[in-house]
Design a protein around this ligand. Structure first.
Ligand SMILES: NC(=O)c1ccc[n+]([C@@H]2O[C@H](COP(=O)([O-])OP(=O)(O)OC[C@H]3O[C@@H](n4cnc5c(N)ncnc54)[C@H](OP(=O)(O)O)[C@@H]3O)[C@@H](O)[C@H]2O)c1
Length: 280
């Protein structure tokens, strides 16, 4: 499938195609969320990221339905919470998400957090694969899985997720995770790609100097870094101007040296939420 997207697309392991840049929707809800999704789709976004836990699947679904763009043009991702970690539970989570979204299908469904304390994420992936084989999902994935969690899924089931969505930015470049994903053909998707509500990254002197050189904004430089590294990314903005700004990054290329200078800002795992401890 080709998308009339402002962003280029890439093919996932099981054959689905999605744009490499999409819209993050947390923590918007209600009318603000409907407006955000409608605005983004009209600005050329075709990848939308939501989750059961955000409490906004209803408004994200409404935004898609009211956008004036065919459902088939949109690639929708949602995620389910820990209580659904079983083969039958994932099926229930899928149906409940569809009801809230008011849509006929979901493109990509993710295990939101591994929650190793309850030790059921392997069955959650089995549940996803069943739905994919029945044609109910175009792609399946995980979120916040460490290489060790993914390795266990591979060892016990042989199932390889299409995507692992993880916290990733120039301050947390996640080299180990990216290498593991690349080795197995799993696409890496970056959450909090531009540093979330903190302005520190967007004001980092290395980023602002590069931004000045290319006559782009610091946020655009960071987003271009993600996409040139081969990552999928889902920046969130509620502002129409910034929504447009964030997808207008495909008309220039960062040099190898600039990519390296941005990657050198890495602070290791120190700012990454530990998914062996946190989850919902
Ligand atoms: N899988 C997971 O566990 C997980 C966890 C967290 C998030 N996510 C997903 O990832 C998405 C993105 O992550 P995030 O929302 O945490 O952080 P983010 O996208 O890195 O940053 C969002 C922040 O940046 C601001 N911003 C956006 N564009 C800007 C621009 N051009 N210039 C200046 N500021 C700008 C936004 O403010 P304005 O809205 O005012 O523009 C907002 O405060 C979420 O929305 C969610 O869909 C997934």
């Amino acid at each position: 499938m080709t998308y009339a997207s402002e962003a280029p697309t890439r093919k996932l392991l099981h054959g689905a195609v999605l744009p490499v840049l999409g819209l993050g929707t947390w923590p918007l809800r209600g009318e603000e969320s409907v407006r955000q999704v409608r605005t983004a789709i009209q600005a050329g976004y075709r990848l939308i990221d939501t989750a059961e836990n955000y409490g906004n699947e209803d408004s994200v679904g409404r935004g898609i339905r009211e956008s004036g763009i065919d459902r088939a043009e949109i690639f929708l991702t949602t995620k389910f919470n820990r209580k659904w970690h079983s083969v039958s539970g994932v099926r229930e989570a899928y149906t409940a998400s569809l009801d809230r979204l008011g849509l006929d299908y979901i493109d990509l469904l993710l295990v939101h957090w591994p929650n190793p304390d309850q030790d059921r994420y392997v069955d959650a992936v089995r549940g996803l694969e069943e739905l994919r084989q029945e044609g109910r999902l175009r792609a399946i994935g995980t979120s916040n899985f460490k290489p060790a969690h993914l390795q266990r899924v591979l060892d016990e089931t042989g199932i390889v997720p299409d995507v692992n969505q993880i916290q990733l930015s120039p301050y947390s470049t996640r080299a180990d995770s990216r290498a593991f994903h690349d080795e197995h053909g799993i696409a890496t998707e970056s959450w909090s790609p531009i540093g979330a509500s903190s302005t520190e990254l967007r004001q980092d002197p290395v980023i602002t100097a590069i931004a000045e050189h290319y006559d782009m904004t610091p946020t655009q430089i960071v987003l271009r870094w993600h996409t040139q590294l081969g990552l999928i990314t889902i920046p969130k903005s509620a502002d129409p101007g910034r929504i447009a700004e964030n997808i207008s990054i495909f008309g220039f290329e960062l040099s190898k040296d600039d990519l390296a200078a941005i990657s050198a800002l890495d602070r290791g795992e120190s700012e990454v939420t530990d998914s062996d401890v946190f989850g919902h």
